[in-house]
Design a protein around this ligand. Structure first.
Ligand SMILES: [Zn+2]
Ligand SMILES: [Zn+2]
Length: 364
């Protein structure tokens, strides 16, 4: 079957190509995509910050409808509405068995291959990779059945697409990773799609104050719509301002959502003694975060990494859509612009220029 997909052929060179999908093998599903979010991690693959073997089909955040299932597939049926999960959650590896499915090792996120080490996508007759075994910036995909999570058909699939990466990562950072408590204080450094989702997660958890930090005033303005009680332009000593808001104590929870050492240092400094500093932003593999060897024990702050909002997707995707349904989680305003697949370059250009909260590709 031939479909259109966004293929990265060399660093910074991507285009819409016609790819050929292999039929699903016994543990695969074929999904017709409804919507795919443009995520910063796709951009990081494009520019080489996240090194991947090329060519590769981009895309790892989306939702769609199951069109075909392999003979062993039991978790979904043809016609089911699904969100794709860029972590497979196999249910059998060490991490899945220890209730940490977001750390599942069934696929190698960086190889572009399926769990069996092969590919289901051909470009010009040659098999190529698919980002996170998904490559869902495509009209249709063939992926492992363990990478799709069924959702109730009453949900809006276009809104649900964002839950597949950015919203789950940000909201999950607050709700699952840091486990923000009601009445606690929180600060979010970086107010892109993931950061605004972290703000929303902190709001759902009942935090107050919720402090948004960014260099972009437009993003800070948007942050007010997503739960921020205070906004701080990071050009003006954000740590001092957070200390002022918290009476010199610091916040109970700080979230770093950019992946830059200088920002991580600010987030750590703004965290109160004994508080939690949660590192959500994916930075460069060659950069490091540094902590004082004396302050680490004396201040007893907890520093934690956060992958995919520490999600158990099979439970959390539906839970977040429930928050959307009750008006606690705003997915509609997160989706600031939609594109056709042929407009993908405009979408990434808009992302680079900081124009969107989330740009989303919709398929006909
Ligand atoms: Zn992503
Ligand atoms: Zn697993």
């Amino acid at each position: 079957m031939k479909v259109k997909a966004v293929v990265l052929t060399a660093l910074n060179e991507y285009s819409v190509q016609e790819i050929e999908l292999d039929p699903p093998k016994e543990n695969d599903v074929r999904v017709r995509m409804t919507a795919t979010g443009l995520c910063m991690s796709d951009l990081s693959v494009i520019n080489g910050k996240l090194p991947m073997p090329l060519p590769m089909v981009l895309g790892h955040e989306g939702a769609g409808v199951v069109e075909e299932v392999g003979s062993n597939v039991t978790n979904v049926q043809v016609g089911d509405h699904v969100i794709t999960s860029f972590i497979p959650m196999c249910g059998e590896c060490y991490f899945c068995l220890h209730q940490e499915p977001w750390l599942c090792t069934a696929t190698d996120l960086f190889s572009g291959m399926q769990p069996d080490g092969t590919s289901r996508v051909k470009l010009n007759g040659e098999h190529i990779g698919a980002f996170a075994a998904l490559g869902n910036m495509a009209e249709q995909i063939v992926c492992p059945s363990m990478c799709v999570v069924r959702i109730d058909k009453r949900h809006n699939l276009e809104a649900a697409a964002l839950v597949g990466c950015g919203v789950m990562t940000g909201a999950g950072a607050a709700l699952n990773t840091a486990k923000v408590k009601p009445g606690s204080s929180a600060a979010v450094f970086g107010c892109g799609g993931v950061g605004l989702s972290a703000l929303q997660g902190a709001k759902i958890a009942g935090a107050n104050p919720i402090i948004a930090v960014d260099l972009n005033d437009a993003k800070l303005e948007a942050a007010k719509d997503f739960g921020a009680t205070h906004t701080i332009n990071a050009s003006k000593d954000p740590v001092a301002q957070i200390m002022e808001i918290t009476n010199g104590i610091g916040v109970d929870y700080a979230f770093e959502v950019i992946g830059i050492p200088a920002v991580a240092a600010q987030a750590y400094a703004a965290t109160r003694r004994g508080g939690t500093c949660c590192m959500v932003g994916a930075g460069s593999p060659t950069e490091e975060y540094k902590f004082s060897a004396l302050e680490m024990p004396l201040a007893s702050k907890k520093v934690c990494g956060c992958l995919y909002g520490s999600t158990n997707a099979k439970v959390d995707f539906e839970k977040l859509l429930g928050f959307y349904e009750t008006g606690q989680l705003d997915l509609d305003r997160m989706q600031s612009r939609t594109y056709t697949i042929d407009e993908v370059k405009e979408g990434f250009d808009d992302m680079v220029e900081g124009k969107n909260i989330r740009g989303v590709i919709l398929y006909k």
